[in-house]
Design a protein around this ligand. Sequence first.
Ligand SMILES: [Zn+2]
Ligand SMILES: [Zn+2]
Length: 249
Amino acid sequence: MILTGDYHTHTVYSHGKGTIRQNVEAALKKGLKEIAITDHGPGHLVFKTKRESFFKMREEVDSLNQEYKDIRILLGVEANIVDYSGNIDVDQEILDIMDILLVGYHYGTRMKKWIDLYRMYAMNLFSFKKIRQLNSDAIIGAIKKYNVDIITHLGDRMRVDIKKIAEVAKEHGTMLEINASPNHGQLNFRNLNIAKDTGVKFVINSDAHSPERVGEVSRAMEVVKMARLNRKLIYNVEQNCEWKEDWEE
Ligand SMILES: [Zn+2]
Ligand SMILES: [Zn+2]
Protein backbone atom coordinates (compact mmCIF):
# COMPACT_ATOMS: atom_id res chain seq x y z
CA MET A 1 0.00 0.00 0.00
CA ILE A 2 1.26 3.46 -0.79
CA LEU A 3 1.14 6.18 1.81
CA THR A 4 -0.29 9.48 0.54
CA GLY A 5 0.21 11.66 3.60
CA ASP A 6 1.69 11.75 7.08
CA TYR A 7 -0.53 13.64 9.50
CA HIS A 8 1.50 13.48 12.70
CA THR A 9 5.01 14.94 12.76
CA HIS A 10 6.91 16.97 15.36
CA THR A 11 9.47 19.71 14.92
CA VAL A 12 11.86 21.83 16.99
CA TYR A 13 8.85 23.88 18.10
CA SER A 14 8.10 21.16 20.66
CA HIS A 15 10.70 18.41 21.08
CA GLY A 16 11.33 17.21 17.54
CA LYS A 17 14.79 17.45 15.96
CA GLY A 18 13.97 18.98 12.59
CA THR A 19 12.54 22.25 11.35
CA ILE A 20 9.23 22.46 9.50
CA ARG A 21 11.14 22.83 6.23
CA GLN A 22 13.22 19.70 6.94
CA ASN A 23 10.07 17.65 7.64
CA VAL A 24 8.52 18.91 4.41
CA GLU A 25 11.60 18.05 2.37
CA ALA A 26 11.71 14.58 3.92
CA ALA A 27 8.03 14.08 3.05
CA LEU A 28 8.68 15.13 -0.55
CA LYS A 29 11.51 12.62 -0.81
CA LYS A 30 9.13 9.89 0.34
CA GLY A 31 6.65 10.96 -2.35
CA LEU A 32 3.94 12.14 0.05
CA LYS A 33 1.25 14.51 -1.20
CA GLU A 34 0.44 15.95 2.23
CA ILE A 35 2.20 16.44 5.53
CA ALA A 36 0.87 17.83 8.80
CA ILE A 37 3.06 19.61 11.33
CA THR A 38 1.57 18.69 14.68
CA ASP A 39 3.59 19.76 17.67
CA HIS A 40 2.30 19.26 21.20
CA GLY A 41 -0.20 21.57 22.84
CA PRO A 42 1.07 23.98 25.52
CA GLY A 43 -0.33 21.97 28.45
CA HIS A 44 2.36 19.32 28.72
CA LEU A 45 4.98 19.72 31.44
CA VAL A 46 7.93 18.82 29.24
CA PHE A 47 7.00 18.51 25.56
CA LYS A 48 5.14 21.69 24.87
CA THR A 49 4.91 24.32 22.22
CA LYS A 50 4.74 27.93 23.38
CA ARG A 51 1.35 29.44 22.60
CA GLU A 52 2.89 32.33 20.64
CA SER A 53 4.83 29.88 18.47
CA PHE A 54 1.66 28.67 16.75
CA PHE A 55 1.22 32.07 15.06
CA LYS A 56 4.80 31.97 13.82
CA MET A 57 4.32 28.40 12.61
CA ARG A 58 1.20 29.47 10.71
CA GLU A 59 3.24 32.07 8.80
CA GLU A 60 6.02 29.60 8.15
CA VAL A 61 3.61 26.94 6.84
CA ASP A 62 1.86 29.48 4.59
CA SER A 63 5.12 30.61 3.06
CA LEU A 64 6.37 27.03 2.58
CA ASN A 65 3.11 26.18 0.84
CA GLN A 66 3.91 28.97 -1.65
CA GLU A 67 7.37 27.60 -2.18
CA TYR A 68 6.66 23.85 -2.44
CA LYS A 69 4.01 23.22 -5.05
CA ASP A 70 4.14 19.42 -5.04
CA ILE A 71 3.02 18.94 -1.49
CA ARG A 72 0.31 20.40 0.73
CA ILE A 73 1.50 21.34 4.20
CA LEU A 74 -1.05 21.45 7.00
CA LEU A 75 -0.61 23.17 10.31
CA GLY A 76 -1.96 21.19 13.22
CA VAL A 77 -1.45 20.51 16.88
CA GLU A 78 -1.42 17.38 19.02
CA ALA A 79 -3.56 18.79 21.79
CA ASN A 80 -3.54 17.31 25.30
CA ILE A 81 -6.64 16.30 27.18
CA VAL A 82 -6.55 18.25 30.45
CA ASP A 83 -9.53 16.88 32.35
CA TYR A 84 -11.92 13.97 32.37
CA SER A 85 -14.69 15.79 30.58
CA GLY A 86 -12.44 16.06 27.54
CA ASN A 87 -11.27 19.67 27.54
CA ILE A 88 -7.99 20.27 25.70
CA ASP A 89 -5.07 22.66 26.19
CA VAL A 90 -5.63 24.68 23.02
CA ASP A 91 -7.90 27.72 23.01
CA GLN A 92 -10.25 28.83 20.26
CA GLU A 93 -7.91 31.49 18.88
CA ILE A 94 -5.30 28.82 18.19
CA LEU A 95 -7.87 26.33 16.91
CA ASP A 96 -9.00 28.96 14.41
CA ILE A 97 -5.59 29.04 12.72
CA MET A 98 -5.24 25.23 12.53
CA ASP A 99 -5.87 23.07 9.48
CA ILE A 100 -6.02 19.85 11.46
CA LEU A 101 -6.64 18.88 15.09
CA LEU A 102 -5.08 15.84 16.73
CA VAL A 103 -5.94 14.98 20.30
CA GLY A 104 -3.87 12.72 22.52
CA TYR A 105 -4.09 11.62 26.09
CA HIS A 106 -0.60 11.94 27.53
CA TYR A 107 1.10 11.31 30.82
CA GLY A 108 2.89 14.46 31.88
CA THR A 109 -0.01 16.76 31.11
CA ARG A 110 -0.86 19.43 33.63
CA MET A 111 -4.34 18.28 34.62
CA LYS A 112 -6.57 21.15 35.72
CA LYS A 113 -7.87 19.71 39.00
CA TRP A 114 -6.22 17.78 41.82
CA ILE A 115 -8.78 15.02 41.51
CA ASP A 116 -7.83 14.60 37.85
CA LEU A 117 -4.14 14.44 38.75
CA TYR A 118 -4.98 11.63 41.14
CA ARG A 119 -7.01 9.87 38.48
CA MET A 120 -4.29 10.14 35.87
CA TYR A 121 -1.26 9.32 37.97
CA ALA A 122 -2.62 7.00 40.64
CA MET A 123 -5.68 5.29 39.24
CA ASN A 124 -4.07 4.54 35.88
CA LEU A 125 -1.42 2.48 37.63
CA PHE A 126 -3.90 0.00 38.99
CA SER A 127 -6.33 -2.17 37.25
CA PHE A 128 -9.34 -0.18 38.33
CA LYS A 129 -12.35 -0.71 36.16
CA LYS A 130 -13.40 2.83 36.95
CA ILE A 131 -10.37 4.39 35.26
CA ARG A 132 -11.18 2.62 32.01
CA GLN A 133 -14.51 4.37 31.98
CA LEU A 134 -13.01 7.75 32.99
CA ASN A 135 -10.32 7.56 30.30
CA SER A 136 -12.92 6.66 27.69
CA ASP A 137 -15.24 9.46 28.81
CA ALA A 138 -12.37 11.96 28.53
CA ILE A 139 -11.64 10.98 24.94
CA ILE A 140 -15.31 10.80 23.97
CA GLY A 141 -15.85 14.19 25.62
CA ALA A 142 -13.11 15.71 23.46
CA ILE A 143 -14.56 14.19 20.29
CA LYS A 144 -17.96 15.67 21.11
CA LYS A 145 -16.68 19.09 22.15
CA TYR A 146 -14.19 19.78 19.38
CA ASN A 147 -13.81 19.12 15.72
CA VAL A 148 -11.21 16.39 16.24
CA ASP A 149 -9.69 14.96 13.07
CA ILE A 150 -7.52 12.30 14.71
CA ILE A 151 -7.23 10.62 18.11
CA THR A 152 -3.54 9.76 18.47
CA HIS A 153 -2.14 6.46 19.80
CA LEU A 154 -5.38 5.32 21.39
CA GLY A 155 -4.88 2.82 24.18
CA ASP A 156 -1.22 3.70 24.72
CA ARG A 157 -0.52 3.06 28.41
CA MET A 158 -4.13 3.80 29.32
CA ARG A 159 -7.07 1.46 29.67
CA VAL A 160 -9.88 2.49 27.36
CA ASP A 161 -13.09 1.09 25.95
CA ILE A 162 -12.04 0.85 22.31
CA LYS A 163 -15.46 -0.12 20.99
CA LYS A 164 -17.29 2.76 22.66
CA ILE A 165 -14.71 5.32 21.52
CA ALA A 166 -14.63 3.95 17.96
CA GLU A 167 -18.41 4.19 17.71
CA VAL A 168 -18.48 7.83 18.80
CA ALA A 169 -15.50 8.62 16.57
CA LYS A 170 -17.26 7.17 13.57
CA GLU A 171 -20.38 9.16 14.32
CA HIS A 172 -18.36 12.41 14.47
CA GLY A 173 -16.02 11.75 11.55
CA THR A 174 -12.97 11.44 13.81
CA MET A 175 -10.26 9.02 12.74
CA LEU A 176 -8.27 6.67 14.94
CA GLU A 177 -4.54 6.65 14.49
CA ILE A 178 -2.36 3.62 13.93
CA ASN A 179 0.86 5.08 15.32
CA ALA A 180 4.18 3.85 13.93
CA SER A 181 6.48 5.35 16.53
CA PRO A 182 8.49 2.88 18.62
CA ASN A 183 7.85 5.13 21.62
CA HIS A 184 4.18 4.36 21.70
CA GLY A 185 2.04 1.41 22.36
CA GLN A 186 -0.80 1.65 19.95
CA LEU A 187 -3.93 0.15 18.57
CA ASN A 188 -2.77 -3.42 18.88
CA PHE A 189 -4.10 -6.27 16.81
CA ARG A 190 -6.92 -7.07 19.20
CA ASN A 191 -8.07 -3.45 19.57
CA LEU A 192 -7.78 -2.79 15.86
CA ASN A 193 -10.05 -5.73 15.21
CA ILE A 194 -12.62 -4.43 17.67
CA ALA A 195 -12.46 -0.92 16.19
CA LYS A 196 -12.66 -1.96 12.55
CA ASP A 197 -16.00 -3.67 13.08
CA THR A 198 -17.53 -0.28 13.94
CA GLY A 199 -16.63 1.08 10.49
CA VAL A 200 -14.51 3.92 11.94
CA LYS A 201 -11.77 5.28 9.69
CA PHE A 202 -8.09 4.90 10.45
CA VAL A 203 -5.03 6.94 9.62
CA ILE A 204 -1.46 5.64 9.64
CA ASN A 205 1.04 8.15 11.02
CA SER A 206 4.76 8.16 11.74
CA ASP A 207 4.64 10.47 14.80
CA ALA A 208 8.13 11.40 13.57
CA HIS A 209 10.32 13.35 15.95
CA SER A 210 13.09 13.71 13.36
CA PRO A 211 12.94 14.33 9.60
CA GLU A 212 14.37 10.87 8.80
CA ARG A 213 11.31 9.24 10.31
CA VAL A 214 8.71 11.26 8.36
CA GLY A 215 6.59 8.81 6.34
CA GLU A 216 8.20 5.83 8.10
CA VAL A 217 5.25 3.65 9.04
CA SER A 218 6.47 0.05 8.77
CA ARG A 219 5.66 -0.65 12.40
CA ALA A 220 2.04 0.39 11.85
CA MET A 221 1.84 -1.67 8.68
CA GLU A 222 2.63 -4.84 10.60
CA VAL A 223 -0.54 -4.35 12.64
CA VAL A 224 -2.55 -3.43 9.54
CA LYS A 225 -1.49 -6.69 7.92
CA MET A 226 -2.13 -8.76 11.01
CA ALA A 227 -5.63 -7.35 11.33
CA ARG A 228 -6.20 -7.78 7.57
CA LEU A 229 -7.44 -4.24 7.42
CA ASN A 230 -9.05 -3.25 4.14
CA ARG A 231 -7.52 -0.15 2.56
CA LYS A 232 -10.93 1.48 2.25
CA LEU A 233 -10.87 1.96 6.00
CA ILE A 234 -7.54 3.80 5.86
CA TYR A 235 -7.63 7.48 4.98
CA ASN A 236 -4.06 7.97 3.82
CA VAL A 237 -3.23 5.10 1.51
CA GLU A 238 -3.56 5.04 -2.26
CA GLN A 239 -7.07 3.80 -3.02
CA ASN A 240 -6.95 3.51 -6.80
CA CYS A 241 -4.77 0.46 -7.12
CA GLU A 242 -5.95 -2.38 -9.26
CA TRP A 243 -4.40 -5.03 -7.14
CA LYS A 244 -5.54 -6.07 -3.73
CA GLU A 245 -3.02 -6.71 -0.99
CA ASP A 246 -3.03 -10.36 -0.05
CA TRP A 247 -4.15 -9.68 3.52
CA GLU A 248 -7.12 -7.49 2.60
CA GLU A 249 -10.51 -8.96 3.29
ZN1 LIG B 1 1.40 11.80 21.43
ZN1 LIG C 1 3.13 12.94 18.77
